[in-house]
Design a protein around this ligand. Sequence first.
Ligand code: SF4
Length: 353
Amino acid sequence: MKMCLETIRVTLARIDKPPAFMEVCGTHTMSAFRSGLRSILPSGISLLSGPGCPVCVTPSGYVEQAVALSENKDVIITTFGDLLRVPGQNGSLEKARARGGDIRVVYSPLDALALAKQETKREVVFLGVGFETTTPAIAGTIKLAEQNGITNFTVFPAHKTMPPAMTALLKDQDVRVDGFICPGHVSVIIGYDAYLPLSREYHIPCVVAGFEPEDMVAAIERLVLQVAENKAEVENVYSRSVTQEGNTAAQELMTDVFHPVDAVWRGLGMIPGSGLDIKENYADFDSRKKFGLGRDLSAAEPVGCKCGDILRGTRLPPDCVLFGKACTPENPVGACMVSSEGTCAAYFKYGRK
Ligand code: SF4
């Protein structure tokens, strides 16, 4: 790590404009804060946090639809815990549960399927939120439900894919990024070749990194060297987990069950081809079809919340007047303060020290 930091320091002297690198994964954001990485980086590097927290980018309209669905007494909503406290215009799922909605936290979509087997007289809806990392498991669960003839289990899909969001950021005039620290978990599934089109078309260096501070420093070293040499290549410093082609079995599962659609991201708006919907041959397992849920997903923020700008890397949490005052992890106003991987939560926990 010491040698990497020295290379970064020496190379920075060859670069005219201080570079800004974005980590697009919430786990990287947390790791950088927890380890104090930002404080040991040579000055002159900006480390921005991007839209890599799946809960944070889930639009408020999705939460509102899930809250409305929880008022149906025939329905049990199942979800990963982080989504419970994300605010929608009509409150969060946690508040809906306090009002009597049957909303249960599960640790895997298989838990939701097991519940459907027990509660045969009710409909079990699983809130399908996440990136390429979680989508294969959800696809596998849908296939299992079909094979076992389970008819009271559906998934409400809000899955998203990362490369289209990175492309949207590069097209955004307000966003300045000189290189991406590409997400480790997502890259295990999609492989590092997935970033080649992005890197070539936008002349942007991309380096896949693991989650130890040493991994992130190694990625930053590679990015600084590429910027100094005016290169735009895809590199992988997480070779112990990430391959060129990724996990092809997981990719096949995803493409069997899901197909790409345009999707709304909180903070980034509609991004073409960035969502995954359930294919027609698995329509029986699609909550949207079963319950007639619409697609009009508003991405409105609570008044005063700057989550949208923070997810694009154009502002930092302390730029929000609510940060640490009206908005804290105990009383979150916006999604970026709710999730353990949210940038505002990371700043609150570690960044003020
Ligand atoms: Fe939104 Fe709270 Fe972050 Fe402000 S501090 S941007 S209100 S989540």
